[in-house]
Design a protein around this ligand. Structure first.
Ligand code: AMP
Ligand code: TRP
Length: 333
């Protein structure tokens, strides 16, 4: 059976190494496998769950497309589109919102983190965000969803919503229950300033992350300044305990090299951080440098990026509109 892959990335700027190693690198591999049908969505409806500047949002939508292409996603082998252009996403989200239970949503840890202390001031959209994500996935009968570790709980919710809809409306197997595809080892890349915090677009310090648009000098200087501890590099996995920064940097290196952590530990056992950091910078410059250059080049051709999105719209809209028509019938509209 062909796998139907679906994933989304928010156009909120500052796409970083965590997005690349946790998600986009995986998209590229899945897309290269002829057996798979892939859909990659720029999820702008999700982006506006927190305040966005309209001008910046528009430019970030193109930048996300440019990042997909520059990372190696082939637009001829996949569908790349912008979520808000396909109105079935909003429509399906409403129906699914009437299936999901508030008790389920109350358990979502990402909402708690993003809403912070003052939950009353968070938007309703931020709260129902995972329901929209379920709509994205279920409209395309997706079988597999590649994401970083932080989205695992949202995917479980999506599975619950699909199953409850199928039962409530006696529509056996109408929504396919999707499988998450989360990388085993490096699905959570941490901040360069704090090994216990996720690398994030919204961190105020630019030195906490490697942006996919960073140039060689920026990469080298960020790695040089990244937090470490005072010990030499460990001799084995057990010695990494309570050393989150060392673990993160060794993990990043392994993931870039497509190697396992054990092997990387062996390579650098007992060495000091400065030597390791030079190797890590070089690896990053080799892998991220060309992506950064290509993003900048693609951003110079807005017409091309818009064409990719309008082609993607045609294909996605056809699939989603059909599914939405069936949803309407099942529900009794
Ligand atoms: P977002 O930027 O929140 O739309 O995330 C896009 C994709 O990148 C999702 O699949 C996330 O799970 C993944 N992702 C975001 N931050 C990280 C991180 N620090 N480590 C690994 N994956 C991440
Ligand atoms: N919520 C995801 C994130 O922040 C993005 C997303 C939206 C998504 N819709 C999706 C991911 C559907 C996978 C499938 O990272």
């Amino acid at each position: 059976m062909k796998k139907k892959i679906f994933s989304g990335v928010q156009p909120t700027g500052n796409l970083h190494l965590g997005n690349y190693l946790g998600a986009i690198k995986n998209f590229v591999e899945l897309n290269n496998d002829e057996e798979n049908k892939c859909i990659f969505c720029v999820v702008d409806l999700h982006a506006i769950t927190v305040k966005q500047n309209p001008k910046e949002l528009r430019s970030n939508i193109r930048e996300t497309v440019a990042t997909f292409l520059a990372s190696g996603i082939d637009a001829n082998k996949s569908i790349i589109f912008n979520q808000s252009t396909v109105s079935a996403h909003s429509e399906a989200a409403w129906v699914l919102g009437c299936v999901a239970r508030t008790g389920w949503l109350n358990r979502m840890t990402q909402f708690k983190e993003k809403a912070g202390k003052d939950k009353e001031k968070a938007s309703l959209g931020l709260y129902s965000y995972p329901v929209l994500m379920a709509a994205d996935i279920l409209l395309y009968d997706s079988t597999h969803v590649p994401v970083g570790n932080d989205q695992k709980q949202h995917l479980e919710l999506c599975r619950d919503i699909a199953q409850k809809f199928n039962i409530d409306f006696a529509a056996d197997n109408f929504f396919k229950v999707p499988e998450p595809l989360i990388q085993k080892d490096f699905s959570r890349i941490m901040s360069l300033k704090d090994g216990l915090k996720k690398m994030s677009k919204s961190d105020l310090s630019d030195f906490s992350r490697i942006n996919l648009t960073d140039d060689e000098d920026q990469i080298i200087s960020k790695i040089k300044k990244s937090k470490t501890d005072t010990l030499p590099l460990p001799n084995n996995f057990n010695e990494l305990e309570n050393r989150p920064e060392a673990k993160n940097l060794l993990g990043i290196y392994s993931s870039l090299k497509n190697s396992d952590l054990e092997k990387t530990i062996k390579n650098f056992a007992g060495k000091n951080f400065s030597e390791f950091k030079e190797n890590l910078s070089q690896e990053l410059v080799d892998k991220i440098g060309p992506i950064s250059l290509e993003i900048k080049k693609l951003l110079g051709d807005k017409g091309y990026l818009d064409k990719i999105l309008s082609n993607g719209f045609e294909k996605a809209n056809e699939i989603a509109t059909k599914k939405m028509k069936n949803i309407r019938e099942i529900v009794g509209f």
